[in-house]
Design a protein around this ligand. Structure first.
Ligand code: ZN
Length: 176
């Protein structure tokens, strides 16, 4: 495999760098989604719906993580995103998460989409769609509503098959 671009060709060099950048961006979110999936699986031990989230700082550091904790905490607001946003804000001593990214295994609900906007999150990355209660394109589109004062960039469908499978196998076992 050729690791170095041919030095006599500028266009080769440019396409080499472009490919590297694209590979970096794609693998970056896939790897963070892998972390979110691992966190989601921990929720299975408390019979919580397996959803996991991570908050990433502008320099790429994970500063907060959260799993769905509704059952274990008896808290209707303890969705993975809320837990992760609270951990991240607490870690950096500010509620403002401008420039930060949140990666979550499931499309956020209306409450979490609202919290993501309130935290001024720059980018939301999610895996599975929630056709029943999703508020980022499925049922509502809270983050991209033109009336909303804060806009969040949305990237959907990262490792979607794995994220969907984790949830559907949980609900299948749950109904047994
Ligand atoms: Zn939620």
């Amino acid at each position: 495999m050729q690791l170095q671009p041919a030095s006599d060709s500028v266009s080769n060099l440019l396409s080499f760098l472009k490919c590297r950048k694209a590979a970096y961006l794609a693998s970056n979110f896939e790897s963070e989604m892998g972390t979110a999936l691992e966190i989601a699986k921990r929720a299975l031990t408390t019979n919580d719906v397996p959803v996991g989230a991570v908050v990433i700082s502008p320099d790429g550091t994970v500063i907060g993580t959260g799993m769905n904790r509704r059952e274990v905490d008896n808290d209707p607001t303890a969705h993975a995103e809320i837990v992760a946003l609270r951990a991240a804000s607490s870690a950096i001593n500010t509620w403002r998460l401008d420039g930060h990214t949140i990666v979550v295994t499931l499309e956020p609900c209306a409450m979490c989409a609202g919290a993501i906007a309130q935290a001024r999150i720059k980018t939301l990355v999610f895996g599975a769609w929630d056709t029943k209660a999703g508020a980022v394109g499925s049922v509502w589109d809270v983050l991209r509503d033109p009336r909303s004062p804060h806009r969040t960039e949305v990237i959907a469908g990262i490792r979607e098959a794995e994220c969907t499978e984790l949830l559907s196998s949980f609900f299948k076992d749950f109904r047994k």
